[in-house]
Design a protein around this ligand. Structure first.
Ligand code: CA
Length: 222
C-alpha cells in the first residue's frame, strides 16, 4: 500500500475476542475491519486490499483453514496470522500447510498480535511484488512512484490509489460502485461523477487507452 494506513482484516466469530483485537490493533495504529464468519471473511479478503488478516480457525459458514486454502488456491497472497484455540502442534502444521504466515495460540495478549502483524507485514512486503508493470506504465507501490515509458508521472494520492486498484485487477471489470467504495472514506462525497473525473485525469496523464470504459458495467485495464 502506498499510504501510511495499514489495513487489517480480523475474522473471528467470538464477539468479545474480536472486539478486543480490533480495539488493540486500532490503538496500535492499524485500520481494522471485522468479519464474524468464514464466508464473509473469505469474500472480504479476496476482494479488498488488506495488508494482513487475523484468522480464527473455528468459524461458522466456512472453517478458517478452508478460507485460507481458498485464498491461496485463488492466488491471494494476503499475509495471514492464524489464531487457534488449542494451539496443538498438528493444528499449527495444518495452518502452515494451508498457507498461514504466522500462528498464535489463545489465550494471547493483543499487543503480541500487533507486534506479530507488524513483523509479518515487514517480512512479507519483500516477497510481494512492490513494482507493478503494465504495458508502458510502472507503479512502485512501496514508493508511490509512477512512470510512463520510464518517465516519472506526478499523481495525486487519490489518483495513485485508483491506479493501484486497477493494476491489481488487470483484465477485470471494475464498477463505479467498486471504485466509490474503495477510493472514498465515509466523510467524502460519494458521487460517482467524481470517479469519471479521476478516470479522465489518469487517461490524460498515462494515455487515453490506459483504462477502457466498458459501457454499462464500468471500467477495465487490460
Ligand atoms: Ca471461533
Amino acid at each position: 500500500m502506498m499510504e501510511a494506513e495499514i489495513r487489517i482484516l480480523v475474522i473471528e466469530d467470538d464477539d468479545e475476542i474480536a472486539g478486543r483485537i480490533a480495539a488493540g490493533l486500532t490503538q496500535a495504529g492499524f485500520t481494522v475491519e471485522r468479519a464474524d464468519n468464514g464466508f464473509d471473511g473469505y469474500a472480504m479478503g479476496a476482494d479488498d486490499d488488506f495488508d494482513a488478516a487475523v484468522l480464527d480457525l473455528g468459524l461458522p459458514e466456512m472453517e478458517g483453514l478452508d478460507v485460507l486454502r481458498r485464498w491461496r488456491r485463488e492466488g491471494h497472497a494476503l499475509p495471514v496470522l492464524v489464531l487457534s484455540a488449542r494451539g496443538t502442534w498438528s493444528e499449527k502444521v495444518d495452518g502452515l500447510n494451508a498457507g498461514a504466515d504466522d500462528y498464535i495460540s489463545k489465550p494471547f495478549h493483543v499487543p503480541e498480535v500487533a507486534a506479530r502483524l507488524k513483523a509479518l507485514i515487514r517480512r512479507t512486503s519483500g516477497h510481494a511484488t512492490p513494482v507493478l508493470i503494465h504495458g508502458r506504465v510502472t507503479l512502485d507501490t512501496a514508493a508511490g512512484r509512477v512512470t510512463l515509458d520510464d518517465k516519472p508521472v506526478e499523481l495525486t494520492a487519490r489518483e495513485l490509489r485508483m491506479l493501484n486498484y486497477f493494476m491489481h485487477r488487470i483484465g477485470r471489470i471494475v464498477s463505479q460502485t467498486d471504485l466509490v467504495e474503495h477510493l472514498y472514506t465515509l466523510d467524502d462525497s460519494r458521487e460517482s461523477n467524481t470517479i469519471e473525473v479521476y478516470i479522465s485525469r489518469l487517461r490524460r496523464k498515462l494515455g487515453p487507452d490506459v483504462i477502457k470504459t466498458v459501457r454499462g458495467l464500468g471500467y477495465r485495464m487490460d
